[in-house]
Design a protein around this ligand. Structure first.
Ligand SMILES: [Zn+2]
Length: 128
């Protein structure tokens, strides 16, 4: 059972937490820059790192926005709330129920490998 106890995070949520961490890292760098103001080269370096991670986080947030428009909205069968799916397999954003768009995968163990391009191609060929 221990293998099945692993909780899967929805991909959109995963990327969102990554972007949030980047913002905190950026602020941490800039905060460090304030302490390093006696060494101006270090202060500038830390500020540049801080600004870069905040810019990167903005880019990631923008990317999630783009991904969300491509994600397929569905009603989770477990918690009956609306969630968005990315790829063939994903987890519910609210209850983390593993979800799939492929009928053949129903009941199978959740595996990220089903999102690989090669697998998706196979599914497409089967449908044609
Ligand atoms: Zn759910």
């Amino acid at each position: 059972m221990s293998q099945q106890d692993i909780v899967y995070k929805s991909k959109i949520n995963k990327i969102r937490s990554f972007a949030l961490i980047l913002i905190f890292v950026g602020f941490a760098f800039m905060y460090g820059g304030i302490f390093a103001r006696n060494m101006s080269w270090l202060m500038y370096l830390l500020f540049i790192f801080g600004i870069l991670s905040i810019i990167l986080s903005t880019v990631v947030y923008f990317w999630i926005g783009m991904l969300s428009t491509k994600a397929i909205p569905i009603i989770c069968p477990n918690c009956e709330k609306q969630t968005k799916m990315l790829g063939v397999v994903d987890a519910c954003m609210h209850c983390r129920q593993p979800l799939t768009l492929d009928k053949d995968l129903e009941g199978k163990e959740f595996d990220e490998k089903y999102n690989r391009r090669s697998y998706r191609k196979k599914v497409k060929e089967k449908l044609n």
